[in-house]
Design a protein around this ligand. Structure first.
Ligand SMILES: NC(=O)c1ccc[n+]([C@@H]2O[C@H](COP(=O)([O-])OP(=O)(O)OC[C@H]3O[C@@H](n4cnc5c(N)ncnc54)[C@H](OP(=O)(O)O)[C@@H]3O)[C@@H](O)[C@H]2O)c1
Length: 332
């Protein structure tokens, strides 16, 4: 088979498309012929050793994907040869070889059916971003649960995979969504996708404008995908008891942070880790997510589909800030 092999932790630009022996499924695993794969920023982070995983080299990236089951290992009863399945977030592309290959091995417990009526590329790009957004919205209750209806959610980096997933899931939970995007063009699309309000994060009067739009309410939960210097503004926009679910840091580290900003409004900050889902929890949660999207009549948003030999161009597109997910047609 051909696969995009990473020989060192020196970035996605150094990956090579080469022939390599087909992998074989072990107990509880399935070999799939990958039809579509989808990219995530963490793939590029892992390729630069900026991710808490240290897979043996060469490595193949790619955590999301959809493919046809070619073979199953001993003990697999939940999927059959010939079935087309999606991959729910697991070790694929992290500790084991991923979906940027013509064939890959996945745990059968992380194989999910393609939802009725969904295109294969929609399934390929759905699981990781949607599972992340679901955790970001529900993690403030124990056990996790949607916030009270009518709560206000602020989402940064809203045009990305996790951002759009957050908008969809928030609307399915009857929440009010304030979306932030640096692009007016993408902002208009975010409104069509369901955001109640869209603002440019660089606007001088952002805090006042957001406050006016949602008055008399305040921001209850911020889903922060970008971090960076803007993080302090996110804190400033929270209401009393407001929480920040920290998902990512596309804009880099937070340069300065004053813990006093949390005192008086009893704000809380909590990390999100999509890797925390067990295979069983990922299956249950993804089933709920699909039903929420179907209830809204929404589907995952594909920014662009690149051919298999243009994976590097696809990563360049991801770095620019896509509108939705960047997908690779491996053998469509
Ligand atoms: N914690 C977890 O378990 C977990 C899971 C998934 C993802 N993540 C992380 O969450 C972040 C978002 O993931 P994603 O898949 O949504 O990424 P994405 O598809 O690349 O989208 C990120 C969005 O953030 C904005 N953005 C990008 N660079 C920026 C910058 N320098 N300054 C300000 N805004 C910037 C862009 O939106 P606009 O152009 O519209 O402004 C972009 O569309 C990434 O850092 C990713 O690694 C974490």
């Amino acid at each position: 088979m051909r696969a995009w092999l990473m020989d060192a932790f020196d970035g996605v630009d150094k990956m090579q498309l080469r022939e390599t022996p087909d992998p074989q499924p072990g107990p509880g695993e399935a070999l799939i012929r990958v039809k579509y794969a989808a990219l995530n920023p963490a793939d590029a982070f892992l390729a630069r050793a900026m991710y808490p995983a240290n897979p043996p080299l060469p490595h193949v990236l790619g955590r999301d994907g959809v493919g046809e089951v070619l073979a199953v290992g001993p003990g697999v009863t939940n999927i059959r040869i010939g079935e087309v399945v999606g991959v729910l977030r697991c070790d694929v592309g992290v500790a084991t070889w991923g979906t940027l290959a013509e064939k890959t091995v996945i745990p059968a417990a992380s194989a999910a059916p393609v939802p009725k009526g969904w295109a294969l590329e929609e399934m390929a790009c759905a699981p990781l971003a949607l599972l992340t957004a679901y955790q970001a919205l529900t993690q403030w209750s124990d056990p996790p649960a949607p916030p009270p209806a009518g709560s206000v959610v602020l989402v940064t980096g809203a045009s990305g995979g996790v951002g759009i997933a957050t908008i969809y899931l928030s609307k399915s939970m009857n929440l009010t969504v304030v979306a932030l995007s640096r692009s007016a063009e993408k902002g208009a699309k975010l409104k069509q996708l369901g955001a109640d309000f869209v603002f440019d994060p660089s606007a001088a009067d952002l805090r006042a404008a957001v406050g006016k739009a949602i008055a008399p309410k305040k921001v209850d939960i911020a889903v922060d995908n970008i971090g960076g210097p803007f993080f302090n503004q996110v804190i400033a926009m929270l209401g009393y008891g407001g929480r920040i679910s920290v998902v990512g840091r596309s804009a880099g580290p937070v340069p300065e942070f004053n813990t006093a900003s949390l005192f008086f409004k009893r704000n809380r900050i909590g990390g999100v880790a999509v890797s925390d889902y067990t295979p069983e929890a990922a299956q249950t949660t993804f089933t709920e997510i699909v039903s929420r999207l179907d209830g809204l009549g929404k589907r995952p948003v594909v920014d662009h589909v690149f051919p298999f030999d243009e994976v590097k161009q696809a990563f360049a597109r991801l770095a620019q800030g896509p509108m939705g997910k960047v997908v690779i047609r491996v053998a469509g």
